[in-house]
Design a protein around this ligand. Structure first.
Ligand code: ADP
Ligand code: TRP
Length: 326
């Protein structure tokens, strides 16, 4: 079984990325052949600064390795080291109905934001993004794609494109399945919306201590007094996040105390910060070691690129034969 996922280097990674995509991917390393890449071509749809892209690319590499990606068990590389993705994307784009892309929520959200007066124009890359993503997945004969729920529709696009290609040009691609962890499908951000780099509402995995504490203590709650019982305790943002980073019985205890009344929001947020900080402490230490050994990190990525490329070239050649480009 082959497992593949990508993560964009478009900003510091956060709890949503971790619980939605990274942790499931790290767990799946032991269940098959894992292929994980840093989607730097994708990041071009939203980020132009080359220095920032380099920085974020390194950050993703450090974060993922620190959190438990094991280069002995998986292939880990930078997307731009396998340019076959863009060549296949062109071939796939000719089979992709415009309407399929026009219906994509992530594209529609970006257009809507623009209508709200967001700076910058919607570029063709944002529109064509799901086709590049399909190429990423199909090039590796992927069976399983661990992603957060927000990517479900993109996986459906990939499946549609794969089936269309197979229908038009003969059986060429494996049709992949998404693997979405329903329990943490969408991690909420500091403002209650989906946590996302592009919404500025994240709790970073490896944020600086003081700044992160300040962010967490700054979560806006309602004006009910501590003594008041809160029957909607399960909807409380801090409780939802606490459930991710604290042992289950601890989170349940806080939830019950909040529901019964008597627990203040300040104390709850303090607990959230402490548990968050402890949860990532071992990874934080590993990250510091890796950051002091960048030669090793680059070696991992380079070796990953060689292994990934050998497969990408084979699949691309097969697809080219299928459509008469050989
Ligand atoms: P962002 O929205 O911050 O830019 P990406 O689009 O780069 O994040 O997402 C990388 C991976 O992390 C994807 O698989 C995505 O589904 C997952 N992910 C991102 N945000 C969340 C979230 N809030 N909850 C669950 N998964 C998420
Ligand atoms: N589109 C994904 C995201 O924004 C990242 C991504 C790119 C990806 N290519 C992929 C995820 C292939 C899974 C498989 O989160």
């Amino acid at each position: 079984m082959r497992i593949l996922t990508g993560i964009q280097p478009s900003g510091a990674l956060h709890l949503g990325n971790y619980f939605g995509a990274m942790l499931p991917a790290i767990r799946l390393q032991n269940e098959g052949e894992a292929f994980y890449f840093i989607a730097n071509y994708h990041s071009m749809t939203s980020l132009t600064d080359p220095r920032l892209r380099r920085q974020y690319t390194l950050d993703v590499a450090l974060d993922f390795l620190a959190c438990g990606l094991d280069p002995k068990r998986c292939v880990f590389w930078k997307q731009s080291d396998t340019p076959e993705h863009t060549e296949l994307a062109w071939m796939l784009t000719t089979l992709t109905p415009m309407g399929l892309l026009e219906r994509c929520h992530s594209y529609k959200d970006k257009v809507a934001k623009l209508a709200d007066g967001d700076a910058g124009a919607v570029n063709h890359g944002i529109f064509a993004y799901p086709v590049l993503m399909a190429a990423d997945i199909l090039l590796y004969d992927t069976n399983i794609v661990p992603v957060g729920k927000d990517q479900k529709q993109h996986l459906e696009v990939t499946r549609d494109i794969a089936m269309k290609f197979n229908h038009v040009f003969g059986d060429t691609f494996v049709v992949p399945e998404p693997r979405i962890q329903e329990s943490v499908a969408i991690v909420p951000g500091l403002d209650g919306q989906k946590m996302s780099k592009s919404y500025g509402n994240t709790i970073e995995l490896f944020g600086e201590e003081k700044a992160t504490r300040k962010k967490i203590m700054g979560i806006v709650m309602d004006s009910r007094t501590p003594a008041e019982p809160k029957p909607d305790a399960d909807k409380n943002l801090a409780i939802q996040l606490l459930k991710l980073v604290a042992p289950a019985e601890v989170a349940t205890d806080y939830e019950n105390r909040l529901r019964a009344g008597g627990l203040g929001y300040g104390d709850l947020k303090k607990a959230l910060f402490e548990h968050y900080w402890t949860y990532f402490a071992p990874a934080r230490a590993r990250r510091a070691e890796l950051a002091a050994n960048l030669d090793y990190v680059n070696q991992v990525l380079n070796e990953g690129a060689v292994r990934a490329r050998a497969i990408a070239q084979k699949t691309l050649a097969r697809a080219k034969v299928a459509c008469g480009l050989d």
